[in-house]
Ligand binder design. Structure first.
Ligand code: SF4
Length: 359
């Protein structure tokens, strides 16, 4: 792999000039010429891990409205933060977000470090996020490679090796373009993301309007739409479980606070059994071993996580001894409150299904 200094300069200049006229207006971005707020950059980058911009915007707006500074976020009730995050998925991010806010607010007096190695010591901040914060918040050179950047680089350099094997090659090209003596590193990183999101899009790239057309090898060879190639995905494993609907005479439904570790950790949800790869291993445990179940009201829901698909069989459980539901992990919630409750999508689906069926 060889890319000359002149090519690097040409690439950077073309991208920055395009960015000046076409940057996306996003709520976490500082206006032109203004200094970005590291709290906004960090918050948005954590939310954007595994999640598309359109889904993140309302969550970002809700968070900064509720907690305008990192000190206010650190002082918030953790359950309130988890519920505000509900629906965005990957809940370990929310737990780490809250932990990180505590460390930055208390130990670092509210200031994010401006060095990548220090940023990576904070909860929830890895290679990608530290590089993004370094470049966007502090305007320092760093190699920022998200899915958009992977696509632009794969096409520009006509990298035909499939992902994820091609990641080290893409990273080397990205480093050559974004490190060293570079003008406006933050704008360069955001320009690459914006180009990938708006012009060099996954299907039908708009090469006609692309500032990088001259020099793009994928375009020259007319293979841009086939890139980046991906290794064939294996089928996702399937898991099964029970989800319980327990109501009381006051018209309330039983919820549990899930343990901190594990899937959907720390979130409020309807009680479930363990999730098994084989249906034969399914069993009712704990307080549900003695429950009665109304088979006529059994309803199934399906949910897809990144690494597996889940089928939950809804169980309308009749439990005589409501005293078993004591302690901080259990919560009775009025049926009228259910629609506006901050719940992970999996539980929202089941709540809707049960409400539609007038349960
Ligand atoms: S010319 Fe086309 S393929 Fe090449 S970077 Fe631009 S949009 Fe992507």
């Amino acid at each position: 792999m060889k890319i000359s200094a002149a090519n690097v300069d040409g690439f950077r200049q073309a991208l920055l000039s395009w960015y000046d006229g076409h940057r996306r207006a996003l709520p976490w971005r500082a206006g032109r010429g203004l200094t970005p707020d590291p709290y906004h950059v960090w918050l948005s980058e954590i939310m954007l891990q595994q999640t598309v911009v359109a889904a993140v915007i309302p969550y970002f707006q809700k968070f900064v409205e509720k907690w305008p500074t990192i000190h206010e976020l650190a002082a918030a009730n953790q359950n309130d933060v988890m519920e505000s995050w509900a629906g965005l998925g990957y809940y370990a991010r929310a737990r780490n977000l809250y932990k990180c806010a505590g460390v930055v607010s208390q130990d670092l007096k509210g200031c994010f470090p401006a060095e990548q190695v220090e940023l990576k010591k904070l909860p929830g901040i890895g290679d990608y996020t530290s590089a993004a914060i370094m470049s966007i918040a502090f305007d320092k050179p760093a190699t920022v490679v998200d899915g958009n950047v992977e696509r632009v680089i794969s096409r520009y350099f006509a990298i035909t090796e499939p992902l994820p094997d091609s990641k080290p090659i893409i990273r080397r090209y990205a480093a050559a373009l974004s490190e060293g003596r570079i003008d406006r590193p933050g704008d360069f990183a955001q320009g690459m993301m914006d180009l990938g999101a708006t012009i060099c899009t996954p299907k039908s790239p708009g090469c006609g309007q692309c500032p990088l057309k001259k020099g793009c090898q994928g375009y020259e060879l007319d293979i841009q739409s086939e890139l980046p190639k991906r290794r064939a995905k294996k089928d996702k494993p399937q898991k099964y479980g029970y989800i319980y609907w327990v109501s009381n005479e006051k018209g309330q439904v039983l919820f549990e606070r899930r343990p901190e570790s594990g899937m959907l950790g720390g979130m409020l949800g309807l009680p479930t059994s363990t999730w098994e790869a084989d249906k034969k291993d399914l069993k009712h445990e704990g307080v549900f071993t003695k429950a009665g179940f109304n088979a006529n009201k059994a309803l199934k829901i399906y949910h897809s996580f990144t690494h597996f698909d889940l089928e939950l069989s809804g169980q309308h459980a009749d439990i005589k001894d409501k005293k078993s539901f004591s302690g901080v992990e259990w919560q009775w919630i009025d049926t009228k409150e259910l629609e506006k409750l901050g719940l992970p999508t999996l539980f929202k689906k089941f709540v809707r299904l049960m409400l539609q069926n007038n349960t």
